[in-house]
Design a protein around this ligand. Structure first.
Ligand code: SF4
Ligand code: SF4
Length: 325
């Protein structure tokens, strides 16, 4: 009985939030300071259990430097402030031009922060001093620290030892530099008892390296909802799928908050879920059109208006569990 009651109250609280969100001031207006996500590469060496990396059909490539510079210059000219290198699919550490790209962004004083998510498997490919001087201010690290078997079962590859070593180097070098880089370590959800994870010597060692900061730096993702990428990824039983929230006449917040430029130059109205960079959300190609034109142009306006007034939901958004109500 208690279980039913708590589900009921949880449902009521969600319904309250859902209703309130619709009437939030500016809910259906494009941001005056849109963010920009630059997918510098769509190559990733992992095969994470909840990721469509292995079914992506796009060619794996790093963004051409000319296209990259054009993108950054145009975003700077728009007066933008928020750049991230977190790709839709990919590991920025596999991009050979990563340091050069960071430095290019850093020359613009208006970009106060720059960072990306990574599984950290390839940090050792970069000179650590160059890495720290490239202008990055934050990193989100996706990892498990409970042994090579559980690591492999989640990431699909055998890179546990090197990854842990990379993490130790990163923390050590960051400590030496007064923690100039804001690190957040996301412990991915694995199918093993929490006690085993908590007591693992690798996790304990990493916590002691982080010292006082470990409470703020480490986020446990166990129990968190995850996406199945429009039904394209078959999730194992132990992972909880994010509910499919209703979206009639209510365009996703993502369409109002910023743009992604994919590694092939295609510009996407969605910042994180169009893994093959196809369909209605693609606004054009940065090689031919200016970023400002795509953000303020008719195509994106049409997508938002059509969804809001006629409930015409783009195909890819219909079954998307990352829909932001
Ligand atoms: S979730 Fe990230 S790290 Fe994992 S396979 Fe996908 S792109 Fe790579
Ligand atoms: S519903 Fe999903 S695919 Fe559509 S814009 Fe939102 S996050 Fe992107």
């Amino acid at each position: 009985m208690q279980g039913y009651l708590s589900s009921f109250f949880r449902g009521m609280r969600w319904a309250g939030r859902y209703a309130k969100g619709y009437f939030e001031p500016g809910r259906f207006e494009p941001s005056r300071d849109p963010s920009l996500t630059v997918e510098a590469t769509n190559t990733c060496g992992s095969k994470c259990i909840y990721c469509p990396n292995s079914i992506m059909t796009r060619e794996k490539e790093s963004m051409d430097m000319k296209i990259f510079k054009k993108t950054i210059d145009e975003y700077a000219a728009m007066g933008g402030h928020f750049i991230s290198f977190t790709p839709t699919i990919g590991d920025p550490l596999l991009d050979k031009n990563l340091i050069e790209r960071g430095r290019y962004v850093k020359q613009y004083a208006q970009f106060a922060s720059l960072g990306f998510f990574t599984p950290l498997q390839w940090l050792h490919r970069h000179d650590i001093n160059d890495f720290f001087s490239a202008g990055f201010t934050w990193l989100g690290i996706s990892i498990s620290l409970s042994g090579k078997e559980s690591y492999k079962s989640f990431f699909g590859v055998d890179r546990y030892e090197q990854t842990v070593k990379n993490l130790e180097t990163l923390i050590h070098e960051n400590n030496r530099r007064g923690n100039s880089l804001k690190l957040t370590i996301f412990l991915v959800p694995t199918d093993e008892p929490i006690e085993k994870v908590a007591k693992h010597p690798d996790l304990i060692r990493i916590k002691s390296l982080l010292g006082q900061d470990s409470k703020d730096c480490i986020e446990e993702q166990r129990g968190a909802y995850v996406d199945d990428w429009h039904g394209n990824v078959k999730l194992p039983e132990y992972l909880r799928r994010t509910p499919l929230y209703p979206r009639y006449f209510r365009p996703c917040r993502m369409l109002f908050s910023g743009l992604t430029v994919h590694s092939n130059g295609l510009v996407d109205a969605c910042r994180c879920h169009n893994f093959d960079a196809t369909g209605d959300l693609i606004l054009g190609d940065i090689k031919d059109t200016e970023l400002n034109e795509m953000w303020n142009g008719v195509r994106l306006k049409f997508l938002r208006d059509n969804w809001k007034s006629k409930s015409k939901v783009p195909d890819i958004c219909q079954k998307c569990r990352s829909y932001l109500y």
